[in-house]
Design a protein around this ligand. Sequence first.
Ligand SMILES: Cc1cc2nc3c(=O)[nH]c(=O)nc-3n(C[C@H](O)[C@H](O)[C@H](O)COP(=O)(O)O)c2cc1C
Ligand SMILES: Nc1ncnc2c1ncn2[C@@H]1O[C@H](COP(=O)(O)OP(=O)(O)OP(=O)(O)O)[C@@H](O)[C@H]1O
Ligand SMILES: [Mg+2]
Length: 382
Amino acid sequence: MKTDVAELQLLYRAISASNNGITISDMRRAGRPLIFVNQAFTQMTGYSSEESLDRNCRFLQGSDTGQPGIQVLRDAIAAGGEATVLLRNYRKTGEPFCNELSISPVRDDSGTLTHYIGVQHDVSVREAAASEIRSLNLRQTEQALEMQVKNEALEAFSNSASHDLRAPLASIQGFASMLGRDVSLANSVRAKYYLSRINANTLHMSELIEALLNLGKTAAGTLNLVSCNVSAMATNLLASYAAGNPARVVKVRVQEGLFVMADRPLFERVMENLLSNAWKFTSKTGDAFIEVGSEIDQDGGVVLYVKDNGAGFDMAEADKLFAEFSRLHPTTEFEGTGIGLALVRRVLQRHGGAIWAHSKPEEGSTFFFRLPGSRDDAAPTS
Ligand SMILES: Cc1cc2nc3c(=O)[nH]c(=O)nc-3n(C[C@H](O)[C@H](O)[C@H](O)COP(=O)(O)O)c2cc1C
Ligand SMILES: Nc1ncnc2c1ncn2[C@@H]1O[C@H](COP(=O)(O)OP(=O)(O)OP(=O)(O)O)[C@@H](O)[C@H]1O
Ligand SMILES: [Mg+2]
């Protein structure tokens, strides 16, 4: 192939203008020095062409010469072949960068290896992003595994609790009621009081076991994510509480058009628990008020909330709110097993969401929660 001067100039300009570094090494000279570097190479490395020419390109490796890619290059050059490797190189400033290097041999008419052409590509940004994704994936897998282990342990514990505790509990209940029938009239008042306490406590224990079982169920099965109409769910629940307690007057406000992507049966448990708490903890409040709404957080995400003006609690105790069987009010004041919010938090976390609360004693509480895919526009899919 004959190439005239004009064509050569054109090729030279194309090589000079390339965004990739382009270099040529003379393989016939001792030390196999560089005899050409383009502008992209000098920009990438920070070394001028004067500082680069007549040196072997290994100067970019500094003292970092144990990298596997270097051996691959050595072998390729020894065999007169091509290679593409990823190398850690250092700019003149000492800053490391990730160099994707391809080398290919040039031979003369007799087949003798005379030169090598190198193409350098700075892929630091790409590699940093890939490594970030890899570590994110790893973290996510670790978290999912950790969650799975916790859920399996909880499920196993709940199942054994249900089987192993229910039988003795039933027999205590049975014997207590038999004893109740046998107690003589002479000592009946005190004995019957004790028996009623035994009954009340066994009943409470059954409720605790039931609650524990329910908590276990939130961990099982795969999530079937669908669009859930939070506004409709909240309106129905509040209407059913009002119907069951006709004596209570509670003002409610539910924002229209609230939607989340969630497993519907599990998410219903979330709304049920938050609203039943709001209903319960406003039971001693005059002008009781419950609100379900949304707001936009600093990141532009939608945060939903359930707010009441009821008994409230001390924020110093807020860390106990979501723990299993933990209660901030005595059962003599407000009934409950202390499992509702633990269940709510588990369900939201399983969905990749979160919950937190703000409160003041006697002023009321607001429970905020976030789910991936929450929206507050109207979406008539549910
Ligand atoms: C054309 C050409 C370009 C090269 N460019 C680079 C480079 O940009 N960075 C680098 O670390 N090594 C580069 N090398 C590899 C080194 O010059 C050298 O071949 C490698 O370090 C293995 O040989 P050694 O054991 O003699 O160091 C290049 C090699 C050739 C032939
Ligand atoms: N809206 C609220 N206002 C004031 N305190 C609340 C409110 N919601 C929860 N709490 C406090 O947090 C505790 C834990 O709530 P959680 O729903 O887990 O349990 P519970 O309502 O007592 O019982 P359960 O829901 O299992 O029947 C409550 O006992 C109460 O002290
Ligand atoms: Mg509750």
